[in-house]
Ligand binder design. Structure first.
Ligand code: SF4
Ligand code: MG
Length: 341
């Protein structure tokens, strides 16, 4: 959970009730080595805040972050933070902003290697470590890139340098916040494929933050959907994207641009406006916009209800939706409504 305090505007005194932006509320998710987990949501849904919490760029308001089952103390600083950030690295949306324009690729990578004690001792070792990193991110031959400045590289190449820098720490977890959304469409797939390759070869756990649920289906093993600071649905990407259960996920998928569908057929108004997080709706935060809203929806926050696998072969794709439609005590007719076209 993360609440940001709201500053007073001029003389206006905010009442006690509206003093925080409740950006992330009670989000639980689990990352696994060798797997990509997507966190999908619109802007303002809290997904970047989750990544920043996991990177410990700021402390959480409540809850625990665990690495290999061990709690990571919040507001990690100094030595402790260094030890943590060696294992959990973040890459950002804008590779231009995240690389210092006055420094070369060599400088950025050497610095990362040194900070995390991976630089090697002799000059030969150092050079080998740099070459290795550039090769890992498929910037080859390395000597073509090593002494370049960020502005001499394309957006995709810059993002690869940013990924190489993160790998300089030899991490277990990579937090990728919209890593391709600022890149040309034509090169996005190349960068996602690189991340996929790194996941397998380095056995990384990757958190892939995106607003593009179609890319989650292609790229992520598991997908979690966030709405207004809460996770509303999650499970194997295949299940979540092919058989979305939560009304919000269904809306998100319907309103996503689809190359196979003429623009005129897309729903007007996209997914509409997400609510303010200063005073979010009680109960299910989606209830003011939900076509299936019931009385309970405005009163109680829905817990995660299991969604049975389609195949009926009893496999345990732990697909869940935080929606009262899947709760006990609902009539089958009510539940069936959701599946109507
Ligand atoms: Fe709609 Fe209620 Fe489900 Fe929320 S809990 S998505 S309001 S049916
Ligand atoms: Mg963001």
């Amino acid at each position: 959970t993360k609440h940001f305090p709201v500053r007073k505007r001029g003389r206006e005194l905010l009442s006690r009730k509206v003093r925080a932006v409740r950006a992330v509320e009670d989000v639980t998710l689990r990352l696994h080595r060798g797997r990509v987990t997507a966190l999908v949501g619109e802007s303002g849904s809290g997904k970047s805040t989750v990544a920043r919490l996991l990177a410990q760029l700021y402390p959480q308001t409540g809850g625990t972050i665990k690495l290999h089952g061990e709690a990571v103390s919040d507001a990690a600083s100094g030595k402790r933070f260094r030890a943590y950030s060696k294992r959990v690295q973040m890459i950002f949306q804008d590779p231009f902003a995240s690389l210092n324009p006055v420094h070369t690729v060599r400088y950025h990578l050497t610095r990362a290697l040194k900070i995390h004690g991976n630089a090697g001792k002799s000059a030969t070792e150092q050079e080998a470590a740099l070459t290795h990193l550039l090769t890992r991110v498929q910037l080859t031959p390395p000597e073509r890139y090593i002494d370049k400045f960020p502005h001499e590289l394309s957006g995709g190449q810059r993002q690869r340098v940013a990924i190489a820098r993160a790998l300089g720490a030899d991490p277990e977890v990579l937090l990728a916040d919209e890593p391709v959304s600022m890149l040309d469409v034509s090169i996005r797939l190349g960068v996602l494929n690189l991340l996929k390759d790194l996941k397998e070869r380095l056995h990384l756990a990757i958190l892939y933050i995106t607003h593009d649920i179609a890319s989650a289906r292609y790229f992520a093993d598991e997908t979690y959907v966030m709405y207004a600071g809460r996770v509303v649905e999650g499970g194997e990407s295949e299940a979540v994207t092919q058989r979305p259960a939560h009304p919000y996920t269904q809306l998100l998928i319907e309103s996503a641009p689809d190359p196979d569908r003429p623009a005129a057929q897309e729903k007007d108004g996209g997914t509409g406006e997400p609510p303010s997080l200063i005073n979010p709706p009680e109960g299910c935060r989606f209830n003011p916009r939900c076509p299936y809203a019931m009385k309970v929806c405005a009163e109680k926050v829905p817990p995660r209800f299991a969604i049975p696998a389609d195949s009926g072969d009893g496999d345990s794709t732990a697909h869940f939706a935080a929606c009262w439609l899947y709760g006990d005590g609902l009539s089958e007719a009510d539940k069936a409504k959701l599946r109507e076209p």
